[in-house]
Design a protein around this ligand. Structure first.
Ligand code: ZN
Length: 692
């Protein structure tokens, strides 16, 4: 089942992670219009950015409408939000086995150090800790590279020695390993290695496999799949376990459940889920009970039961994700990182996605692909705009801006999927990034800038909607083709498919007819933006000398470069140099749209037929390698703008208001201090031992 868990994270990067998109949104969105679409109650002028360090900015988000929820829904949000915070340590350990001791050692230092906190070295140490918090470990959340400390080992040791040993407790025994993890560049160099030809497991620092080679892991799961061959509803083998060896050298899974690995954190999650179950109404009560049963047993069939119940429930106002969901962190695309999001419907903003969903069959029937690979009946496309109330695990502090779940192909096929976009997050991001000069720097033509200004926000929203509500759910496999046939290329190709679906249709007259798009001018804004990002500006997030690794970035590069190449003779897309700076210009938007259609046809064919070689060839030719000169130029121009390329969020805090034993209200507050929130979580939501 490799590769089937890739569908959740979204176009997210386009917004909060992707500087160029952000830019477009921010520089462009007329505030009033943005506010009017969804977040009309979020108009207070408070500082949105609560911290900045390195390449990161941390933003606060508001939760409009929370106060107006009925009491039982507020209480439900509260319990689910507590559950969302309890799995945080799991992600740290999944990312790398040394992460918890490193974080705790640094937190201990940060809290106890009585020396000079104004020196450059202390500031560097503080920055390092902030980066560890942001990345949930010692590797960059996006590039996966290990952080390089800007303080010396001698300094760190001198700080440690100035603190009473008792303050460190058990951590004293970890000091040597912690120092090596921080300072030895050859140890844990990358969290996730995807270089074809290397042993992807032995060279990745993530903790999904321990002492196991790639060939052993692949063999282990191939045997498991073979034993289950022909089962139309297979579980997602390996999703919730670490693969390791026992004392005799046999491969064994250590399952993540109440009595197993990560049990101490799962116990807390279950405690709060049981509280949530008690106040939830049907059918949600049953959904939560399935999830609890899954956490208690580790049985993936129960996880499927939970997903089926979850996807069927489109009515509950409050909703949530909680579990081992995303497989992006596993080189084999099998093991899922822990995450949680708690949310409720943003009813006013749902109109857009309702219209798209209501016309799902029309879009499928007109998709520019081989008719044999269209879905005769598009099922269960549900879409809504939500307001996030709490982010946890792999959704915090960096978060997706859309969700499309569940991931298992057969559940999607038989039961459909739920798709949401998160408006209060994107709104906060827009607010935090207004006016940073990006478009002026990278967009050559005034007409493009003008269009981006007018339509950028709506174009982004609609592309996300199309990608999530329709793109991932469209198309079908040829009979007998394995959903895992595309192997390690499946994430990139799947995102490519969904993005192309969105790009193609955002320029379709149908969108105008449906009243969602004013004219083709909006597509022009989206296309110019997409091409520029895919071929150029997204390189600002990559370190010099590195390849493009992340699957959403790869997919954007693949699409833009392929279209550039295909339309080269006609100059559909053109490089223009002015004043020594390179710019990308789209000369023929209509033709570009046709190219998107042709490419969608080919990518769908590759997926439907499981054509691994063709998929590999496309990705390796267009999506991976970076032109070093262009890269250098982008980095310099981007650096001159002084914009942090990554953003993440601090959560609100919730408090039960009681009269005696009775809950009478839930109070929400918005903390404005990133460090305080992290220390608070460390003190109150850290349940795992140092070694798991
Ligand atoms: Zn996607």
């Amino acid at each position: 089942m490799q590769g089937e868990w890739h569908k959740i994270t979204i176009f997210a990067q386009n917004l909060y992670l992707n500087p160029m998109k952000n830019l477009i949104r921010m520089a462009s969105v007329p505030l009033v219009a943005a506010a009017a679409t969804a977040c009309s109650s979020v108009q207070t002028e408070q500082p949105w950015i609560v911290d900045r360090f390195d390449d990161i900015k941390v933003i606060r988000y508001e939760v409009p409408g929370f106060e107006q929820l009925p009491l039982e829904e507020k209480e439900l949000v509260y319990y689910l939000a507590e559950a969302a915070k309890c799995g945080r340590d799991i992600l740290y350990d999944q990312n790398c086995a040394i992460n918890l001791p490193v974080r705790r050692t640094l937190e201990c230092i940060y809290t106890a150090y009585a020396g000079d906190r104004t020196t450059a070295e202390w500031k560097s140490l503080e920055k390092y800790l902030k980066k560890v918090w942001f990345a949930n470990g010692i590797h960059h959340h996006y590039s996966n590279d290990k952080f390089v400390p800007e303080f010396t080992e001698e300094y760190l040791l001198s700080v440690i020695e100035s603190i009473d040993e008792a303050a460190f407790g058990e951590l004293n025994a970890w000091r040597g390993e912690v120092c090596r993890a921080i300072f030895d560049a050859s140890l844990y160099p990358t969290k996730l290695n995807q270089k074809a030809g290397e042993d992807l497991l032995l060279t990745s620092a993530s903790n999904y496999y321990s002492g196991v080679t790639q060939a052993e892991a692949e063999g282990f799961y191939a045997r498991m799949a073979a034993a289950d061959k022909g089962n139309p509803t297979p579980v997602s083998y390996g999703l919730n376990s670490q693969l390791t060896k026992d004392e005799q050298g046999n491969l064994v899974e250590r399952t993540w459940y109440l009595e197993g690995m990560y049990g101490a954190a799962i116990k807390e999650i279950v405690y709060w889920l049981e509280k949530a179950e008690a106040v939830a109404k049907e059918p949600q009560k049953t959904t939560i009970s399935h999830l609890i049963a899954y956490y208690k047993t580790g049985d993936l069939k129960r996880f499927d039961a939970y997903n089926i119940a979850w996807v069927a429930d489109t009515e509950s106002n409050v909703d949530f994700v909680n579990g081992f969901i995303e497989d992006y962190g596993d080189a084999l695309g099998r093991k899922a990182s822990w995450e949680s999001i708690v949310n409720f419907k943003d009813k006013e903003a749902c109109h857009r996605t309702e219209v798209i969903s209501a016309n799902a069959q029309w879009f499928e029937d007109h998709s520019p692909i081989n008719p044999a690979y269209r879905k005769p009946e598009v099922k269960g496309v549900s879409a809504k705009v939500i307001t996030v109330a709490m982010l946890g695990g792999d959704c915090y502090p960096a978060t997706p801006i859309g969700i499309n779940l569940p991931n298992a192909d057969w559940i999607r096929r038989d039961h459909g999927s739920k798709s949401v976009t998160i408006d209060n997050i994107t709104y906060a991001y827009d607010k935090a990034t207004q006016g940073n000069g990006f478009n002026e720097e990278f967009v050559l033509r005034a007409e493009d800038r003008e269009r981006m200004k007018l339509y950028g926000k709506l174009a982004d929203d609609l592309h996300t909607d199309l990608h999530e509500c329709l793109g991932h759910g469209s198309g079908r496999l040829k009979e007998g083709v394995s959903p895992t046939a595309l192997g390690s290329y499946s994430s990139t190709l799947e995102e490519t498919r969904a993005d192309l679906f969105g790009l193609y249709y955002i320029g379709d007259a149908k969108m105008v007819e449906l009243g969602l798009v004013p004219s083709f001018e909006l597509a022009k804004a989206a296309y110019a933006d997409y091409i520029m990002n895919g071929m150029m500006t997204q390189l600002s997030r990559i370190e010099p000398g590195k390849d493009v690794e992340e699957s959403h970035m790869r997919n954007r590069k693949l699409i833009a470069e392929w279209c550039y190449e295909q339309g080269r003779d006609e100059k559909v897309i053109e490089w223009v140099v002015e004043n020594g700076k390179r710019y990308l210009v789209v000369n023929n938007f209509e033709r570009l749209r046709e190219l998107f259609g042709q490419m969608l046809c080919e990518i769908q064919r590759i997926k439907s037929e499981g054509d691994y070689e063709a998929g590999q060839a496309l990705v390796e030719q267009y999506a991976v390698k970076v032109d070093p000169e262009l890269h250098q130029e982008v980095l310099e121009r981007y650096r001159a703008l002084n914009i942090e390329p990554y953003g993440g969020f601090v959560n609100p805090e919730y408090e039960l208001v009681k009269e005696g034993d009775k809950v009478v209200d839930v109070k929400i507050t918005y903390p404005a201090n990133y460090t305080e929130q992290m220390l608070n979580y460390a003190a109150n939501y850290s349940f795992l031992p140092n070694k798991n």
